[in-house]
Ligand binder design. Structure first.
Ligand code: M6R
Length: 584
């Protein structure tokens, strides 16, 4: 996936786009490129490296233009090379195209464009030459873009700058693209926060929309040439959310926002939770779908639903294919996603188009949010660090609500939430933070760390292991402590460290399992509300009733963060990753 932002208006586009593209860097950071409209034609500057490195190299801040496109890339098609950075131009340098998505039939299209000069290995370059081909036949730019779009297969959004036109032309299908309407001009971007400092008026585009973005006005048509009228929405987050403030990284800012967000839940509108609870109560089977961290939330939700008497299973998005012969019309689906744009889930939506769908989603204007029957926005606000933190705990809380409300345990759920919020005051105290520092110091040089838990704590252990891998590059493996004796115990020696997540419900069995590890020389880091003899190191957590997983998750997120800090890593931009995964 990639990030694109463009501006066309009466102001200088460059300061807006510099700020905007920095805010989109979470979407990819292999290379940066821009197309700037100028009197002498389109200026293209691009190279591999982080956004700021390339900006500084070409002194992009010294340019000025009222129309430009900036792009940050996460390589999918073609390696990380300067020539593969976007935008792509045609043979005559008349147009420049920045693209987010995948063109599945690029090979056959490229073959049909044999006479054109290709300079990159990307699928995107097919677009610039397809448009050029039509322009050469005498088409105007809008028809040429439309024609190109009709020829490509797969999910794609792209923006075209034509040096002979005053407008920018953009098309959306599958990959996100939003329109921002500002006082002196308009934005097109992969997400709202990239321009929210300048306007909170947005139009969430739909698939097959084509936007002609003028300096003052815009028009939206669909690919059948019909006018499209979308509402203009007012977004309610501020640009401060898109900034780190006093924090060194977004990851730590987002971790530390959790106590406040949990407190806000006490006054949240739970009307859609009640609707969702009704739906799952009458479902034949509930499928909870997510990917990565959101899959862990799905596991947590499925467990809570089962415990409340509802037949529920968690599925990793793409795996739904294997269920296609058993899905029935009475099944209900819960889609969990921070971005609402994860391809693994979007790709299987056709399998469940007739089913009732509930969304537990952070990005309200996203593709998935638009597709569900009942939307529960988790209200995490902007989450920019590649490693998901607050969206995991908030999704987990909402899913727990759904399960408990469905079983008539709504009041108990609210009581537990309040209990957790009271105990939260004791979670991030100096003694706990320094215990986390000590453990981080101990594990920072290790190649492997185990995470153990039983029941819900196993799911939190999975999430803790994912966080450590993602930001500290230490191999971390979570194992259900009950299954340790069935094989993994063979790995234990006095060099091995295992972080054990312990809480009241499973304490006795868990301590028994830990003794087995200890007896073989293993070192145990206890993450628990009580210190135990079996622990070699100890980080105290707090009880949160049904929401104890939130306490554990916050501790494990901090452990991953602090370990990565000690290793001096680029925490908000872990190598090889991107925040939103819009490819299969
Ligand atoms: O936006 P989503 O919640 O659908 O994203 C799913 C995963 O790509 C995401 O959770 C990923 O695993 C995170 N980087 C984990 O921290």
């Amino acid at each position: 996936m990639c990030g694109i932002i463009a501006y066309n208006g009466q102001d200088d586009a460059i300061p807006y786009l510099l700020e905007g593209i920095r805010n989109l860097e979470y979407r990819g950071y292999d290379s940066f490129g821009c197309a700037i409209d100028s009197k002498v034609g389109i200026i293209i500057k691009k190279d591999i490296g982080k956004v700021d490195d390339v900006i500084n190299k070409y002194k992009i801040q010294d340019f000025s233009s009222s129309k430009a496109i900036f792009h940050t890339r996460w390589a999918t098609h073609g390696g990380i090379k300067a020539e593969n950075a976007h935008p792509m131009v045609d043979c005559t340098h008349r147009i420049a195209v920045a693209h987010n998505g995948i063109i599945e039939n690029w090979a056959e299209l490229k073959e049909s464009l044999g006479a054109h000069r290709f300079v990159s290995d990307t699928d995107t370059e097919v677009l610039s030459h397809l448009i050029e081909e039509k322009l050469n036949d005498g088409a105007d730019i809008q028809s040429a873009v439309k024609d190109a779009f009709n020829k490509i297969k797969g999910s794609s959004s792209f923006i075209v700058l034509d040096k002979q036109s005053d407008d920018l032309i953009a098309v959306k299908k599958g990959s996100p693209l939003v329109l921002g309407i500002a006082k002196n001009g308009n934005f097109l971007s992969s997400d709202v926060p990239s321009f929210v400092r300048h306007t909170n008026k947005v139009v969430y585009l739909s698939d097959s929309d084509m936007v002609v973005l003028g300096k003052k006005n815009y028009t939206i048509t669909n690919l059948m040439n019909r006018d499209v009228n979308h509402d203009v929405s007012t977004v309610n987050f501020s640009y401060q959310q898109a900034e780190k403030g006093d924090y060194e990284h977004f990851m730590i800012k987002e971790i530390m926002e959790q106590p406040g967000l949990m407190k806000n839940l006490e006054s949240a509108d739970l009307k859609n939770v009640v609707r969702a609870a009704e739906l799952v109560k009458h479902a034949k089977q509930v499928y909870l779908m997510g990917a990565g961290t959101s899959y862990h939330a799905a596991m947590l939700g499925a467990k809570v639903l089962r415990e409340n008497g509802i037949n529920a299973v968690a599925v990793q998005g793409q795996d739904l294919i294997t269920y296609r012969k058993v899905i029935s019309a009475e099944d209900v689906f819960i889609l969990i996603s921070q971005s609402g744009e994860t391809a693994d889930i979007i790709n299987v939506l056709p399998l469940i188009y007739k089913n009732q769908k509930i969304g537990v989603i952070n990005s309200e204007g996203s593709t998935l949010a638009k597709d569900v029957d009942v939307l529960i926005p988790i209200g995490a606000g902007l989450e920019k660090a590649v490693a998901s933190t607050k969206s995991f705990t908030l999704s987990g809380v909402y899913l727990t609500f759904i399960g408990m409300f469905a079983a008539g345990r709504g009041e108990e759920a609210i009581r537990d939430l309040k209990l957790m919020n009271i105990n939260m005051y004791n979670l991030l105290v100096p003694s706990v933070l320094s215990a986390i520092d000590k453990v981080a110091e101990k594990i920072k040089g290790l190649e492997n760390v185990f995470f153990l838990g039983r029941d819900a704590n196993y799911i939190t252990a999975l999430e803790g292991a994912l966080k450590l891998k993602e930001v500290s590059y230490i191999h971390a493996e979570a194992i259900d402590a009950a299954t340790f004796k069935h094989g993994p115990l063979a790995l234990i020696s006095d060099k091995v460290y295992a972080a054990a997540v312990v809480s009241e419900v499973t304490r006795n069995d868990m301590l028994y399992n830990l003794q087995e590890v200890k007896a073989r020389g293993g070192n145990i880091i206890g993450i628990s509300d009580k210190n135990e003899n079996v622990f070699d190191m100890f980080i105290r957590t707090q009880n949160g009733g049904a929401f104890t997983f939130v306490m554990h998750a916050i501790i494990l997120q901090l452990l991953a963060y602090k370990t990565a800090m000690l290793k001096g890593l680029d925490i908000d931009h872990p190598r090889n990753l991107a925040k939103t995964v819009t490819v299969l």
